[in-house]
Design a binder for this molecule. Sequence first.
Ligand code: PMP
Length: 356
Amino acid sequence: MAPPDPILGVSEAFKADNHELKLNLGVGAYRTEELQPYVLNVVKKADQLLLEKGENREYLPIEGLAAFNKVTAELLLGADNPVIKQQKVATVQGLSGTGSLRLAAALIERYFPGAQVLISSPTWGNHKNIFNDARVPWSEYRYYDPKTVGLDFEGMISDIKAAPEGSFILLHGCAHNPTGIDPTPEQWEKIADVIQEKNHIPFFDIAYQGFASGSLDADASSVRMFVARGMEVVAAQSYSKNLGLYAERIGAINVVCSSPDAAARVKSQLKRIARPMYSNPPVHGARIVANVVGDPTLFKEWNEEMEMMAGRIKNCDNMTNKWHVYMTKDGRISLAGLSLAKCEYLADAIIDSYHN
Ligand code: PMP
């Protein structure tokens, strides 16, 4: 028997518990104040549009839906980013954030033999699985400082400096999981300086664009700053959280290259990796994203809904609870799983656990 997954296994245990006050803070999924899953209004509208159009179910090309790939790169980099106009970006639709990271990992394994990926300590639990399965060596850089409950910036910088030249540095674009601590703009500049000095390659995982600040542009500023320096950048995107499209498995891998020619080659290699893995990606989520991001009215509405969701998560700073609280063993909790009504319950549980 394989052991249960440390995050998704928590959801299985939660389902099996019948206590009326049970609370699942394990999985990173947004909930309403009533603790129900939330389907965004813009997603419902896009769904309706697709139904009216009566779209077919033909296979997508290996690289995914062209209209999706266009808008996803624009959303990440800014629509008027010169690298897009100069066709220096290779974008391939992936199976959400996880699948997109897995494609990038396979690309690293194939074309950068022996290159290391540096991941933050701590990080999202699946990062290590992804690189292990892709047979990409990884090590950790210091990130969280328990003394200050903040960023160990000096530790982070010295570990990135000490890594072998040409390493991939995995960075959370915004809303670092699990610490919630992001570098300041000034710190990002210094991180970019060191990465550039050491000829490392910045590798962004941006799974929460819009969720950290409520603004899509502000949350992508880290990635855009690296690109503006003329660096080659890898960035995996996910629409699980910010559009609530978890089960549609929609995301992308973007590689910003030094020339259009290099971008064309990288894209062809990503397609070659995807073909024997899953052949081609699913269409529905891609159509939803293309419709929401590509339509000015829906796009505006999405921004408003996202601000509302980000605001609700920030509201829960006085957390609470008791015996039936489900969370991963490292103490990480998803605030999106908490409602105001359950705050007192959570606080009782934390105090109770602290005293025992
Ligand atoms: N990266 C990070 C940091 C995450 O927290 C998550 C989701 N928990 C993902 C990637 C991937 O999620 P998905 O595959 O659903 O896009």
